[in-house]
Design a protein around this ligand. Structure first.
Ligand code: 3PG
Length: 208
């Protein structure tokens, strides 16, 4: 995968997935792939997240698996070692940004203000996660950023649903959206992989 703009072209929706039990990792990933969604942002919010990431990377080659919730350089290194094909952070610090730029995987740094967009641009990256998209201003805010800074491409995430995704996807500076709605906690707890597949199938039909 050459760079982050290629990552954003894989699917109109990047599922943001949190897995408690690594035994769920492979069936969950296969359920998403069966629905036509071939990418996962697996959050590092559980103790076993790296185990799940490794299992998906090794056993579900159809899926491009990346690590989300990267807060520190150490987490970035651990995620890449476990097989992460891209990295996503909810925000940026100078230390985290300079470290991830040394790694050999695409990175989507999180931004929520114009100044943060400019700081990430200065580092040489022009593809970013807009987080938390809904609370930070939604589609109107992204459209406004596009006036002075039209060349940055965003993956907005945070508070987006199947119903609101099209409002973002129609913007010229939005390549895809992220969201956790494809893998509801109740469906994962019940190992209801058919529901995950059907939510993925719906999401895959959105146009970006
Ligand atoms: C993220 O980390 O990107 C968000 O937690 C996902 O937001 P959502 O749960 O509102 O989709």
């Amino acid at each position: 995968m050459a760079d982050a703009s290629d990552v954003l072209r894989i699917s109109p929706v990047i599922p943001v997935v949190t897995i408690d039990d690594p035994q769920d990792a492979v069936p969950l990933a296969r359920a998403l792939a069966d629905g036509g969604v071939k990418i996962i942002e697996l959050t590092l919010r559980t103790d076993s997240a790296l185990t799940s990431l490794k299992l998906i990377a090794e056993e579900v080659p159809d899926i491009l698996v990346g690590a989300g919730t990267i807060l520190t350089p150490g987490q970035a290194d651990a995620a890449v070692s476990a097989g992460a094909k891209f990295l996503v952070s909810p925000g940026v610090t100078p230390g985290l940004l300079s470290h991830v730029l040394t790694l050999d995987v695409p990175v989507l740094p999180g931004v929520a203000t114009v100044g943060e967009v400019m700081a990430v641009l200065e580092s040489g990256l022009d593809t970013m996660k807009f987080f938390p998209a809904g609370p930070a201003g939604g589609p109107a805010y992204l459209a406004a950023i596009g006036a002075p800074i039209p060349h940055v491409r965003f993956c907005p995430t945070g508070g987006i649903s199947l119903a609101t995704a099209p409002d973002y996807l129609k913007l010229p500076n939005v390549s895809c959206v992220g969201g956790s709605w494809l893998t509801p906690a109740a469906a994962v707890a019940a190992k209801d992989w058919d529901t995950v597949t059907s939510l993925a199938r719906e999401a895959a039909t959105l146009s970006n």
